[in-house]
Design a protein around this ligand. Structure first.
Ligand code: FES
Ligand code: MG
Length: 579
């Protein structure tokens, strides 16, 4: 497939550090020797950076210290020279206020680690939610050959004979506990059983969605995203990544040849068919943007309307988890069902086409990976709404909410902050009905700050006690990919910057019309104009540091929340260091 001449040792990027007979290169070589390497170990060989997002506070990447050894083994077998480089871990479980605040920091770090070091190619080790887009965005901008090694999902959760799904069952059983139906003993059992191996969340949450997207885009070995972290096949995939990246360097197979309009579209179709996390929208737009591809929300909505959801994996699917999805054939089998809809001519990291990577793929359980004729849901996973509440768009996951809310009109119950909302939902005397529309604002990219996953607003205790488990909720926040319910998210522009959500008042009527993709407040224009004139911008969230930089440069949800100055069109490419 390669249309570029094979590189020679003299063409290697690392040769600019190690080959010249000058004082700087003398320094580079002598410091490699200080590390214990003889010249023949690193000279004239592809130097492969293994960007490892491991930390002792990233429970999903707990196997990376072992897995990196598999990657190194593969690199050495193929004649390359592996170097492990730590990169920001961006763990989902512990990062406050939200890991999304740091996705772009990882992207910047990735790009600059690559640019500033003698690396010819990189293996990117990530998987926990933001690590996938962060690593991929940075590596696309850096432009050297790259291959993505997904952490792999954890095994199914278990407690007392019940299978437990990451996130989804935490929310579900928490509601039951709030209703007084779960004892301390049971709650502790669920706590110990819901995450029982290394690996990423094993529902089709943000982690599994983003690794599937990366796989479909051609940036992983075919089907790599489905292999459970604890499976021996995951180790073998690690060494295969190591072997393959060395050849990619010689073939000069750079990401701009893989990430194209067509491969981004493939990724979007696959995301819709898997029942993807709503976060996919933000990350896919940002990843594509790094390759100079503008992906519009409306294109995603159009693909969503015609792509059936065929992965019966929770939370959009009913019954299964990622481990079942792997046994059923994994992502290759799912893509095989979509063959007629995908551009199979796209190049992947294998140096062959996406279509070639699907050869022999087969579904082994057609209740888990459904045929197109028997989908879980007739349309795809996401719908994009417009209206006077969200002129720049909002998203909802139709398959994950009670159809009773697809067309709904009710009075707004508006909260300006998370603590205010939390106090209200815990108040058993709160004046609320199932028809109410709960609204949380000031929770967007700037307002949150950092666009937190607060969008699955808890159902008020007063309604839980009456047996209700869903209601229409609207916010400018995101929600976890493992969440579900009638939640409208990513309202843009956000309230913090004066989006119309800022003008809504408790008691106003809100109308959702999902079939027509509309979200409106039924408030007349003159009244809205008066409210707008009276609106004053809130205080900035940060006066210094990373948060200040984030606030100054982050784009809104519909643009992917990248930094304006990191987008591909912002200025000429940085080029190579010239000293
Ligand atoms: Fe890491 Fe869910 S917390 S993938
Ligand atoms: Mg998540």
């Amino acid at each position: 497939m390669s249309d570029r001449p094979r590189k020679t040792a003299a063409d290697l990027r690392s040769a600019r550090w190690f080959a010249p007979d000058d004082l700087r290169s003398f320094g580079h070589r002598s410091r490699m020797m200080q590390l214990g390497y003889a010249e023949e170990e690193f000279r004239d060989r592809p130097v492969i950076g293994i960007l490892n997002t491991w930390s002792e506070l990233n429970s999903c990447h707990g196997h990376f210290p072992e897995r990196v050894k598999d990657v190194k083994r593969g690199v050495l077998q193929a004649g390359g020279f592996p170097v492990e480089m730590p990169a920001l871990s961006v763990d989902e479980s512990f990062t406050k206020p939200t890991s999304m605040l740091y996705r772009n920091l990882l992207a910047m770090e990735t790009e600059e680690i690559i640019r500033s070091h003698p690396l010819d190619g990189v293996v990117l080790m990530g998987g926990c939610d933001k690590t996938t887009p962060g690593l991929v965005m940075g590596a696309i901008s850096a432009g050297v050959p790259m291959i993505y090694l997904p952490a792999g999902p954890m095994l199914r959760g278990h407690y007392a004979g019940q299978i437990l799904g990451s996130g989804s069952d935490a929310w579900k059983y928490w509601d039951e506990r709030r209703a007084g139906k779960i004892s301390d003993v049971e709650w502790n059992g669920i706590q110990g059983g819901i995450a029982r191996s290394v690996g990423t969340c094993m529902t089709m949450g943000t982690a599994s969605t983003m690794t599937a997207i990366t796989d479909a885009m051609g940036l992983t070995l075919p089907g790599a995203s489905s292999i459970p972290a604890a499976d021996a096949g995951h180790q073998r995939m690690g060494s295969a990544c190591g072997r393959r990246i060395v050849d990619m360097v010689w073939e000069d197979l750079t990401p701009d040849r893989i990430v194209t309009d067509a491969s981004v579209r493939n990724a979007a179709i696959v995301a819709m068919a898997t029942g993807c996390s709503t976060n996919a929208v933000v990350h896919l737009i940002a990843m594509a943007g790094r390759a100079g591809i503008t992906l519009q929300l409306d294109e995603l909505d159009a693909l969503g309307r015609v792509t059936p959801l065929i992965a019966n994996v929770r939370p959009s699917g009913k019954d299964y988890l990622m481990e079942d999805f792997f046994y059923a054939g994994g992502l290759r089998a799912l893509m095989k069902q979509l063959e007629d809809r995908l551009d199979l001519s796209c190049l992947t990291v294998t140096g062959e086409t996406l279509g070639a990577g699907l050869d022999g793929a087969q579904v082994y359980n057609d209740d888990v990976i459904r045929p197109l004729s028997n989908p879980v849901y007739h349309e795809g996973s996401l719908a994009v709404l417009r209206g006077n509440l969200c002129p720049d768009g909002a998203v909802i996951k139709p398959a994950a909410c009670d159809p009773a809310y697809h067309v709904h009109e009710g009075p707004a119950l508006v909260f300006d902050s998370y603590p205010e909302m939390k106090a209200a939902v815990d108040d058993e005397t709160l004046d609320v009905t199932p028809d109410h529309v709960m609204v949380l604002r000031n929770a967007g990219p700037l307002g949150g700050p950092g666009f937190p996953e607060w969008g699955m607003l808890p159902i008020p205790k007063a309604l839980i006690a009456q047996g209700h488990r869903d209601m229409l909720r609207i916010s400018d926040a995101r929600m976890s990919g493992t969440s579900y319910g009638a939640c409208v998210l990513h309202v843009a522009p956000e309230a913090h910057v004066g989006g119309p959500l800022a003008l809504l008042r408790t008691g106003d009527t809100v109308r959702l019309d999902l079939p027509n993709r509309r979200l409106d407040m039924l408030v007349d224009e003159a009244e809205l104009a008066a409210r707008r004139a009276a609106w004053t911008p809130p205080e900035p969230r940060y006066a210094r540091g990373w948060g200040y930089m984030f606030s100054a440069h982050v784009t809104q949800a519909d643009k992917g929340c990248d930094f304006d100055f990191l987008e591909s069109g912002f200025g000429p490419a940085a080029g190579e260091p010239d000293i």
